[in-house]
Ligand binder design. Sequence first.
Ligand code: NI
Length: 399
Amino acid sequence: MKLIPEVFAARDEIQRIRRTIHAHPELRYEEVRTADLVAQRLEQWGIEVHRGLGKTGVVGVLKRGTSERAIGLRADMDALPIQELNTFEHRSQNEGRMHACGHDGHTAMLLGAAQYLANHGEFDGTIVFIFQPAEEGGAGARAMMEDGLFAKFPVDAVFGLHNWPDLPEGAFGLREGPIMASSNEFRIDIKGIGAHAAMPHNGRDPVFAAVQIASALQSIITRNKKPIETAVLSITQIHAGDAVNVIPDAAWLAGTVRTFTIETLDLIETQMRKLADATAAAYDCTVDVAFNRNYPPTVNSSQETRFAAEVMREIVGAENVNTAVEPTMGAEDFAFMLLEKPGCYAFLGNGEGAHRAFGHGAGPCMLHNPSYDFNDQLLPIGSTYWVQLAQRFLAHREA
Ligand code: NI
């Protein structure tokens, strides 16, 4: 492992920052204290700070030399509405709020890099440090972009990093193309005509239509979608009726669709509307389909992904960089940034969880678990990655 000595030497300070953030988790668009801490540190290190993008987002700008080239490095700052079960000293002080996705670590790793780059950085160009709010369901990345993130602070490429419990401690995982799925939700309202349950011929049964639609929708996945394209369609709610002897007037079902491409998503939505309409019509019911696209798929560009992998291999060795990591059907709002800029979103292994041995339960647990904690051993690794990535991206070039 080749860590930058100054970054490694600063690990206690960065760990204190990480644990302070962990102890004071804030939900989406409420990251006031966290944003204050980030802004204060950046200013203290002489980095130009801009606030208020995406409400609580913070941008740091560090410029050297004369090159017009620029790189964006992004961390997320928000926590989750979870009651923490850990008992260690830095556990959450905020009732019902918790850094269960390790965004405390993401913020600290990027601060560790900012500190080094401000004091010792050797590069020609501009580094844009992006501390975004509301990754967890609030589309904070999009909110910052709508407030002019890339118009005010143009970058040639943008990079993101997420701690990942499924990978060994300090190992990197990434891949070209889709690494996380699009996240979408739908609700189908079916209107019929209520009747006595013993005399269904007097009504138009929306419950029967709902069940037929629920069943038919799965045929999109097996009959319409290309077999080699990945997609999930899950119906998670069916609601209708209040009494065993009454056919209700209406029924509704809802669920989620996940895909790795917009094309597959378009196909699924179109087929879903067609099947719902036609099936409801067959039983003399009417239907209303609401389909909301939340986050697009997170798609890594080839050149930037290969570049990121090279930097990773120099730090942790080729044996600890998996460039064909299994993509996940979970979603990530860094996807919005990748729609506008080339770049790479990668995972950094959080390991087996031994670092939590003195908290609630040892051993591994997944993100969004009430016993989760970011692994502090990753701090100098993640910071070194950010530093090397920026310095190599903005290396002096001979004309
Ligand atoms: Ni997360």
